[in-house]
Design a protein around this ligand. Structure first.
Ligand code: GLU
Length: 545
């Protein structure tokens, strides 16, 4: 067979040489150990936690080493593509604070190694596909879907590996150039296949996370280009990661089984293999057992879930870093005030057993993260979230910046600072009592405080209320009214002799707290009153007189 003639027949429009393409993507000029890596998500509209998990690894190893981190859109499967998906993806990464040095941006590309959308690189792939054809290592295959189904059935019946290889490849491999030309002229669809070798050999790849991976060498005639001329993931991955000069490929462990194909292609072209980092699948505990997170059952697999819940990006980073590096939590305890970006992240400390996504743990981390933020930062981040997800609160926060920041400071200087806020969504709920517009009386007044008691107490309270009192003077006044109303000033007295009192000061302060905030469980009354201001305090209390 004249392979040059075959290559010209298959790729008449491909005129550039591999050398010309190589020149367009020169070696990067970077410090010696700098890592160049990327994420290569498919624009399906669904951005999952795994995308962020892998992105954080890539971002850390590249930026810690003064390398390059880029975004490549792997849109070779147009059946799965969804309108607006690239934008959704870029927005999500941006929301979670993942910054790319180069790659696809909403309206094009940023960087010298593009295009960064694979469909726009068709001509580049064709140059290398043509090269493989010229070398006699790739051939067109005209098998129909029905013929492939029949082969699969035969293989299942014979308990053989599925795929096109060995005798199953013979029909296509043995076509003459005349037959190929005739098929093409008759409009028959074809794919380009790689010529696999049946050697019985093994390959060994050093995975940065898993150590040595030993696997049988590829013997498959796998597809390089699909019938629309677009490459498969396998071919695009090898060509792009070579040309874009990736030093590391961080991707999910589901790709390990296709590694022999990638290895074969890198070797065939004589290109250096990148360092593979196959990450563990995200799991959760369900019914006492561990299982993979599922798109159908687990909303927390979608990154949008964390955006909608208003989990702060810092909390997600902390959470994913605890999953990613076994020594992160220890480091965090010894470095409580340092940014997580100062943590010396290492691939070697990654676990391979499956990363456990535990939302309770995330909430705990999130409480601590918000607990450690200055009130101004909480205000800004929360407001930013509200802008998109809760416009009622966006308006409130914009209208009352000082009150909100003062409210966020309540209980924060105590020995054990309050950690009431978990997410921005829950903050809207928790903070609602600070605004008349959203105040709701959620709890019932204590039984001990009947309507008459309420009226008398609140009337006297307002009579004696002086907004300038310090918290001791204020409390003395509450005690005096409590006593006057026949309630025990000391809870212990009431406990020992309940028949002598109508109730205790605990019931009184609960009643007061409910009148002021709508709930029995709220921060310190005196502090809250000073956030609200005298007018609001008097307004709320007088409703009960
Ligand atoms: N497009 C692949 C995916 O979404 C990317 C794998 C890779 O990073 O190479 O899984």
């Amino acid at each position: 067979m004249d392979y040059i003639a075959l290559a010209n027949l298959l790729f008449p429009d491909s005129t550039k040489t591999p050398e010309e393409i190589e020149k367009m993507f020169p070696e990067r000029q970077l410090p010696k150990d700098a890592c160049v890596t990327r994420i290569g998500p498919s624009p399906t509209g669904f951005v999952h936690l795994g995308n962020l998990y892998n992105a954080i690894i890539g971002e850390r190893i590249s930026h810690q080493s003064n390398g390059v981190f880029y975004l490549r859109i792997e849109d070779t499967d147009n059946k799965r593509e969804v309108e607006g998906a690239v934008e959704t993806l870029i927005n999500a990464m941006n929301y979670f604070g993942v910054h790319f040095d180069e790659g696809a941006v909403a309206d094009g590309d940023n960087g010298n190694y593009g295009p960064y959308r694979q469909r726009q690189r068709k001509e580049i792939y064709h140059v290398f596909a043509k090269q493989l054809t010229e070398m006699g290592l790739a051939y067109p295959c005209f098998l129909t879907a029905e013929e492939i189904d029949a082969i699969r059935e035969e293989q299942t019946a014979n308990k053989e590996n599925p795929g096109i290889y060995g005798k199953y490849a013979e029909k296509s491999r043995s076509l003459t150039i005349e037959q190929i030309r005739e098929n093409i002229e008759n409009g028959m669809e074809w794919v380009l296949r790689f010529k696999g070798k049946e050697t019985g050999e093994h390959i060994c790849v050093d995975d940065a996370i898993r150590g040595k991976l030993e696997m049988p060498r590829n013997n498959m005639d796998f597809v390089l280009l699909k019938s629309d001329g677009i490459p498969t993931y396998h071919f695009a991955h090898v060509v792009d990661d070579h040309l874009m000069r990736s030093t590391h490929v961080v991707r999910g462990e589901e790709w390990i089984s296709s590694l022999p194909m990638h290895y074969e292609l890198f070797n065939t072209f004589g290109w250096k293999l990148p360092i593979y980092c196959h990450t563990a699948t995200l799991m959760k505990i369900d019914n006492g057992g561990k299982r993979k997170l599922s798109k159908r059952k687990d909303p927390e697999l979608a990154l949008s879930y964390y955006q909608q819940e208003g989990i702060s990006p810092d909390a997600i980073w902390e959470f994913l870093l605890t999953l990613l590096n076994s020594n992160y939590e220890e480091w965090r305890i010894s470095n409580p005030d340092t940014s997580y970006l100062d943590f010396p992240y290492t691939i070697e400390k990654m676990n391979i057993a499956g990363a456990l996504v535990d939302l309770d743990k995330l909430r705990d981390i999130s409480k601590n993260v918000i607990g450690a933020m200055p009130a101004e930062k909480i205000y800004e981040s929360w407001k930013e979230w509200c802008r998109e997800y809760n416009t009622e609160y966006y308006d409130l926060l914009t209208k009352y910046p000082e009150r909100t920041i003062a409210a966020l400071n309540v209980g924060r200087n105590a020995k054990k600072p309050r950690k009431d806020l978990e997410t921005w969504k829950q903050s809207c709920e928790f903070m609602s009592f600070y605004y008349d517009e959203t105040l709701k009386i959620c709890d019932e007044m204590p039984q001990e405080c009947d309507e008459q008691t309420q009226k008398t107490f609140f009337t006297k309270y307002l009579e004696t209320y002086d907004h300038n009192d310090d918290s001791n003077t204020w409390f003395e006044k509450v005690r005096a009214i409590t006593d006057e109303l026949g309630f025990a000033v000391r809870p212990k007295d009431y406990k020992n002799n309940p028949e002598q009192y109508k109730g205790s000061i605990v019931h009184i302060t609960n009643m007061l707290r409910i009148a002021l905030t709508g709930r029995a469980n709220a921060p310190d009354i005196w502090e809250v009153s000073h956030v609200l201001g005298e007018e609001i305090v008097r307004g709320r209390i007088s409703k009960f007189c």
